[in-house]
Design a protein around this ligand. Sequence first.
Ligand SMILES: Cc1cc2nc3c(=O)[nH]c(=O)nc-3n(C[C@H](O)[C@H](O)[C@H](O)COP(=O)(O)OP(=O)(O)OC[C@H]3O[C@@H](n4cnc5c(N)ncnc54)[C@H](O)[C@@H]3O)c2cc1C
Length: 393
Amino acid sequence: MKYDVVVVGSGVAGPTVARDVAKAGFSVLLVDKKAAIGTPKQCAEGITIEVFKEFDIPYDKRFINREIYGAKIYSPSGYTAELRYKHVSGVILERKVFDKMLAYYAAKAGAEVLARTEVVDVIRRNGKIVGVRAKHEGEPLEIEAKVIVAADGVESTIARKAGINTYAPPHEFDSGYEYEMLIEGYDPDLIHLFFGNEVAPRGYVWIFPKDEDRANVGIGIASDHPQTAKYYLDKWLKENNIPMRKILEVNVGLVPVGGFVKELVKDNVLVVGDAARQVNPVHGGGMKEAMKAASIAAKWIIKALEEENLELLKNYSEEWWRTEGPRMEKLLKLRKAMEKLTDEDLDVFVQLVSGTDLEKLAGGNYLEVVKALMKHPKVLMSRRRLEILKALL
Ligand SMILES: Cc1cc2nc3c(=O)[nH]c(=O)nc-3n(C[C@H](O)[C@H](O)[C@H](O)COP(=O)(O)OP(=O)(O)OC[C@H]3O[C@@H](n4cnc5c(N)ncnc54)[C@H](O)[C@@H]3O)c2cc1C
């Protein structure tokens, strides 16, 4: 089998690259080890509304569970800050359908798609990578390609096998644990985020409503924490008297929250999405980042193939670092600052920030917010809080 491009992994990043490159007229094979693309999911399924337009994805109710109008955050002592729009600001997807539909769009654009096809290694010939070795339905399969895209998620092995350094220490990952369950008493038009060192060390508990009374209820904590994410999630549910007898699904997964891969391209191999740790380090959202990186990667793959100059692939790494890198580095700084906050600090900050401040913080556009916080007496009185904020300037 010979293609211009083979894309390993059909989550969010993979089919986006495959669709764009196939649309430009090049031959593409998109493979995923899952028997059913999209299943099982490892995600809370929240995504901002603008992705549909930005990445040319149909707003299809088949994969939209619920429209969301904002967010509410809760401090350890129960102080809250709310951001509520009049318009839909995001949606909770059904990723089992969404991922499959993304692969469908890639197929419709001309890509070939093979589920239940696990890539196990790269093929080297005369010192060059010329394709990948896979198992399709258990049978060996050799796929030759001019360009290889590693979109194989957080546990990526393909980029590493191609010689790209994707190592990040355990502290740069969150452990996620999530129930899709019945839950009542929380406004189903908002997502709800609960902070506190006893609630979710370094992370937060989330409620992402999929229905009036059904939601993804999950937690992310530092993966090197001695306790498990499940321990903290179950503790939180018990403490909040939320019955755990209507659980429809359990999801477990790692979320990269730092450790961005420096060299995103080596020769003819590109790494995108979670495999490249391209995830918002503050809230752990990676779908939009994966699509953004995939679009940039696709643009340079098309150019490189059109001009028959694979050297141009390196521009993906350069462009991502130039356009997305600075924002991601700022968010990483913020994540590191947040790690130092005590429960008392969290109570103070949640009381001081407005809904719009929250949006700026989550987007990495936080200088104004930080400067305003630094003038507040509750911050000025604490040398430690000031130091934490100063580090963000
Ligand atoms: C608990 C949890 C909650 C999350 N919640 C959110 C959220 O609400 N919003 C958000 O934006 N992000 C969220 N994320 C992050 C989000 O899921 C990822 O950032 C996103 O899926 C990244 O897309 P991707 O295409 O890079 O990787 P993935 O979606 O992980 O896709 C990788 C694909 O590669 C396939 N694959 C892996 N190895 C191979 C191989 N060797 N051969 C063939 N196929 C292979 C896998 O089967 C998989 O389908 C969450 C993550 C977790 C763990």
